[in-house]
Design a protein around this ligand. Sequence first.
Ligand code: 5AD
Ligand code: SF4
Length: 468
Amino acid sequence: MTQTNSKPAVVSQAELAKQQQYIRQLQQMLPKLYTSPKALVRTFGCQQNVADGQRLKGMLLQMGYTLTTDVDEADLIIYNTCAVREHAQDRVIGNIGALKHHKRRHPDCIIGVCGCMVQQPHITQRIQKSYPHVDLVFGTHVLHRLPELLYTTLAERRRVFEIPDMDGVIAEGVPVLHDGGVRGWLPVMYGCNNFCTYCVVPYVRGRERSRAPADIENDLRQMLEQGIKDITLLGQNVNSYNGGISFAQLLRRLNDIPGDFVLRFMTSHPKDCTDELLETMATCEKVERHLHLPVQSGNDRVLQAMNRHYDRRRYMELIQTARRLMPDIMLTSDIIVGFPGETYQEFLDTVDLVRRVRYHSLYTFIYSPRVGTPAAKMDDPVSREEKGRWFKELCDAQEQISAEICSQQVGKVFRALIESPGRQPGVSQCRTLCNQIIEIPAAPDLIGTFQNVQITAGENWILKGTII
Ligand code: 5AD
Ligand code: SF4
């Protein structure tokens, strides 16, 4: 099991006080620059990025901005970006390009770009040269320094680029805007040490570092006080958490905090999925019965080329143990189709594994080469069109399994948290401990309550139910 550093670099109190000082200076400066300063934060990518976006918004509110989703009225726009696949990155770059017109119409608007994408030097150089309307670029390790960086941009009227290449730090005490209703995101560890050969994350998010259990407990208590009842513990490799206690021990400690709430976690790596973790899940009543356990491939040669540190047999053992301990567990996974050098026969091993495991759902991706990763230098003879056909074959197989599992749910009763209004009036959406979403006829005043819900229909992915 990978050991995370149990004494990671923590941002000092003096540094955080300095940022508070910049916040106070911005509180004075902003009303002189704008009649009513408005900021827009747009987040791309994973839940870790969503959690970062909530910290950006927390700091901006303290500075005196109000938040908007309307680009036209924004005096500050921050794009919080993702780099995991080319497609995600192209989308962001297209969106940044489009802001050129906005800047022409609103020259005083500050445009900022942060997150994983800008932690890659070739992208930052491109922004520097070809996107002169971008004023502020800051990397994943200096998010907590937004007040200082924004102040410098505004006060000195110059472009600011701050992207230190480092292992990463932990910044406690940064204000957070929990804007996810009854759902909340709680980072417990950052970074990744695994260096899967296709993945850019270890290069852009730094080394693994775990937060202290007491800090996580405090955050959880505060979230509960704010009415958040469905909390997802986050980490790029969450189950390699090591803050002096194991991830399983952390889960148990959080489970023991009094209150009616649900604890989820993502993303787990199979190599760190211990029996202790599965037993803890099975015995902690607030911990979800859902395991997102990305397998990536069902073929041992490909798994080795991916540097995944487990083989197909070990993965299947984990699935069996999980199902033995929790017969109702929901299983989901990520799969990469068309890893460099993968043959059709090897791909069929993945389809076979998917049929054996019978996941509730899958996140499937066609391999996307990432600059600087070992896989990007490997021979990749299979065409994009061919990979597209394999991709469809896998999706078709999974669709059938998902539809079967969906229809088998009819008649079952689950305890579920009503979390948000549904797509039609009079309908609400709730989520079970197994992370299944059910639409029920219920008034919005029940949002935030736990109810027993019976599934009445399960077609085309959408489960429908009624409160009993
Ligand atoms: N190409 C395609 N998919 C990727 N993922 C990560 N890197 C790549 C890549 N280069 C997928 C993996 C991971 C998920 C978050 O994104 O399946 O689990
Ligand atoms: Fe994208 Fe990975 Fe960064 Fe999340 S951590 S935003 S998935 S690159």
